[in-house]
Ligand binder design. Structure first.
Ligand SMILES: Nc1nc2c(c(=O)[nH]1)N[C@H]1C(S)=C(S)[C@@H](COP(=O)(O)OP(=O)(O)OC[C@H]3O[C@@H](n4cnc5c(=O)[nH]c(N)nc54)[C@H](O)[C@@H]3O)O[C@H]1N2
Ligand SMILES: Nc1nc2c(c(=O)[nH]1)N[C@H]1C(S)=C(S)[C@@H](COP(=O)(O)OP(=O)(O)OC[C@H]3O[C@@H](n4cnc5c(=O)[nH]c(N)nc54)[C@H](O)[C@@H]3O)O[C@H]1N2
Ligand SMILES: [Mo]
Length: 690
């Protein structure tokens, strides 16, 4: 984007038509950032709680930075010297921190310095299944071959709505237009979804409707039918893969005829898709949160990658490709050989993408032995974003210390002892490291801050470094000229880049050569024999459980309603709700979307008030009729429920309800392979409220 600035005022913010890669495409959410910058509800100075814990709305008083940092540091040191040591302090790195290259590194380094394993984040409510599967298959949590949309003849998109959400772990300008190009070139696109999504139009592909939380069986059936009809690419597999027999044995259980009933897709249709996919000159696959959030996201991502591999599409032009990054790829996962599992206050766990299960955060705080006593949240809103709002609120009130570094008041900051004002993306310099390795057209871009931080706002890395210093830990601020980008210079050096070189380039952007498809996958494998593991031993129990879940699905009563999430175009998870366009969207309440015939069967109509409930919780919402939904599926938008967030004046005036009250939390609420929470296809009951 281009920001026009006068002094410290942003006069306008608009797409940059000359940008060498994005060429004027810009997400509507980004365009609202000047409003975010000016928003009178923004946090401008450190605040300290003056009302008792547990009292809502909370009251706060302004406090100086030095005093806030000093007091927080003293309390953290006291907790750290207690029985739990560093594990007495938990850290939550919210979604926007991933888009803050130096901030996210600063928090990770802080965790290491204080010796805390209690690290949490939205990844386990988003895509940690992909990280766990990639580690098991490729030996590398951050290796995710992206669909080569530029060249593909066939694109299967599971559980994503690119027109609204613009993809995740795959970054390309104007994804909807890229998908339209596939169709324009004569290729085929199929969106496997429980809703007729905005991304599916005559020009951008059909929907293959699927019952929620059953994709893993469709994928198994596709593999089975391909194996039966044409076999797998044996030569290729011999060269690059191991444990193929295990894969074949698993998918053999799921012929199309058996899977039809539970997926809701007729067997001939499944066979036709299998034939088209395997027969296409090139074919590519993608899946996102709609499948990640099911109960078997790790197995689903495994089978997705297997679909690509056994048809010879993995690492091939038009298939799924690994793109070179502009820096050393982040290595996460099997490395030291040390046992990653450890005993936590909520049972035996391991980190995936650096995170423990978010749905155990409340349990860690409420534990009887060695509980978490302090929590530092940086750009996150766990009260609304993690399943189990009531337990989280209760747990947060139990903490000795909750610190939230945010740019807005939020449902989470209402429980804080200290709220510290961070900066927005126009107030800090940054580099697009988060896209690294997920771009079809790799490029590196550095941007200077456009304006100085307003009021007393401070950069996130600086706040964390100040805490370190006050705690007596080594800190970047100990140096005469602290430069948080120095570490990043080291990372991008391998690509012949540096921050100062990027700064001097037009648009502060360096465009790399497009990926050579055949080039990278084999080289990037980090498994023992440098071969892809087609049936990792660690999946053993999950494979047995898959058949049990299959039988449970077969036994489900007819007429059971299953809940899925639905993103809207202007909100970003729980925030941006104060931006005008999003506020207009929010003013249209937060209904429970239901198919008109499902509503008619229950004697319900548009606007009727209902109680939506299950053993996890209950909310009251209005019915919104929506014939884009598959029968038996109901949907709500997440991130709403600001009824007790008075600081967000616009958002709290039409708060809606928090759908995450209906999702399970605590033990048993996540995939043990990946820590990923179960958040889609959750059974609910709906009763009219008179
Ligand atoms: N406007 C907007 N854009 C966003 C965000 C936002 O909140 N608003 N959030 C950003 C973030 S953090 C992320 S991670 C990405 C997420 O990007 P996406 O993963 O594309 O997210 P959604 O648009 O919610 O799409 C999920 C789709 O899965 C479908 N679905 C639900 N359950 C199932 C199922 O069991 N099987 C199948 N096959 N489909 C199912 C839903 O109908 C929905 O269309 O979006 C990012 N972009
Ligand atoms: N039911 C359901 N729940 C979901 C999802 C779903 O699809 N359905 N999606 C899940 C997904 S994919 C995600 S990623 C998570 C997100 O979960 P979280 O990361 O916990 O929540 P966000 O709503 O993204 O909150 C971001 C917070 O950061 C603040 N913020 C924004 N920019 C900055 C900044 O530059 N600096 C600082 N300091 N703060 C900033 C915002 O004001 C906001 O309070 O939610 C998950 N929850
Ligand atoms: Mo996300």
């Amino acid at each position: 984007m281009i920001a026009e600035v006068q002094g410290d005022e942003i006069v306008s913010l608009h797409p940059n038509r000359e940008h060498p890669v994005y060429r004027g495409f810009c997400c509507n959410k980004g365009l609202g950032m000047d409003e975010v910058h000016r928003d009178p509800d923004r946090l401008n100075r450190p605040l300290r709680r003056i009302s008792p814990k547990g009292e809502l709305p909370a009251r706060f008083e302004p406090v100086g930075w030095e005093q806030a940092i000093g007091d927080i540091a003293a309390r953290l040191n006291e907790i750290r010297s207690g029985a739990a040591g560093g594990d007495g302090i938990a850290l939550y790195r919210g979604n926007p921190l991933s888009f803050n290259a130096v901030g996210v590194r600063a928090l990770a380094a802080f965790a290491t310095k204080i010796g805390s394993r209690m690290c949490f984040g939205p990844t386990t409510q988003d895509c940690s299944n992909k990280m766990a599967a990639s580690e098991a298959l490729f030996g590398h949590q951050m290796l995710h071959p992206i669909p080569d949309l530029e060249h593909t003849d066939y694109f299967l998109n599971f559980g994503s709505n690119p027109k609204v959400s613009k993809l995740s772990l795959f970054h390309t300008p104007h994804p909807h237009e890229r998908i339209r190009d596939v169709v324009r070139r004569g290729g085929k696109v199929l969106h496997i979804n429980s809703r007729h999504i905005e991304s599916a139009t005559p020009a951008t592909g059909d929907v293959l409707p699927i019952k929620p939380d059953t994709d893993v069986y469709l994928m198994a059936a596709l593999l089975h039918e391909i194996h039966e009809a044409r076999g797998f690419q044996e030569e290729l597999l011999k060269a690059h893969a191991v444990n193929m027999d295990g894969l074949v044995a698993f998918v053999r259980q799921y012929p199309a005829e058996r899977v039809a009933a539970i997926t809701g897709i007729p067997a001939p249709r499944i066979k036709a898709v299998a034939g088209e996919f395997a027969g296409a000159r090139s074919a590519s696959v993608y899946m996102s949160t709609g499948v990640n959030m099911g109960r078997q996201g790790t197995l689903a991502y495994w089978l997705l990658m297997m679909l690509s591999l056994v048809t010879g599409n993995l690492g091939r032009r038009g298939g799924n490709i690994v793109t070179p990054g502009f820096g050393a790829p982040v290595k996460l996962g099997i490395e030291s050989g040390a046992d990653p599992w450890f005993e936590s206050p909520a049972g035996r766990l391991r980190h995936i993408a650096g995170c423990l299960p978010g749905t155990l955060l409340a349990d860690m705080i409420l534990a009887e032995t060695n509980p978490v006593r302090a929590l530092i949240v940086v750009s996150g809103n766990p009260v609304l974003s993690i399943p189990g709002e009531d337990r989280l609120r209760e747990a947060f009130d139990r903490l000795d210390l909750l610190v939230s570094i945010d740019i807005y008041p939020s449902a989470t900051t209402e429980h804080a002892d200290y709220i510290l004002p961070g900066v927005d993306m126009l107030e800090r310099r940054d580099i697009n490291l988060v896209n690294n390795g997920f771009q079809p057209q790799p490029f590196a871009q550095y941007t200077d801050a456009v304006v100085r931080p307003a009021a007393e706002r401070q950069e996130e890395w600086r706040i964390i470094a100040a805490l370190e210093q006050a705690m007596g830990l080594p800190s970047l601020l100990d140096e005469p000229q602290p430069d948080p980008f120095r570490e990043i210079d080291g990372l991008i050096e391998g690509a012949g880049l540096s921050i100062s070189a990027l700064r001097a380039m037009p648009h502060q952007t360096h465009v790399m050569p497009p990926p050579k498809s055949e080039d990278t996958l084999a080289r990037r494998l980090n498994t023992g024999k440098r071969k892809i593991d087609c049936c990792p031993a660690s999946f053993g129990e999950a494979l047995t459980r898959a058949e049990e879940i299959f039988c449970e699905l077969l036994d489900e009563p007819a007429g059971l309603l299953k809940l899925v999430s639905r993103r809207t175009i202007h909100m970003h998870n729980s925030w941006l709700s104060n931006v005008k366009a999003a506020a207009r969207e929010a003013a249209r309440r937060n209904p429970l979307w239901m198919h008109p015939e499902d509503a008619a069967d229950r004697g319900l109509d548009e606007g009727d008030r209902v109680r939506v409930h299950n053993p996890s919780g209950s909310v009251v919402a209005e019915i919104g009729l929506d014939d884009t939904l598959l029968r038996g599926v109901v949907a709500m938008t997440h991130g709403r429920g600001n009824d007790r967030t008075p600081g967000l004046r616009i958002a709290s005036s039409s708060p809606g309800v928090n759908v995450n009250r209906l999702l399970p939390s605590g033990p048993g609420s996540f995939d043990v392979l990946s820590n990923q929470a179960f958040m889609t296809g959750v059974p609910v009951r709906v009763d009219r409220v008179e």
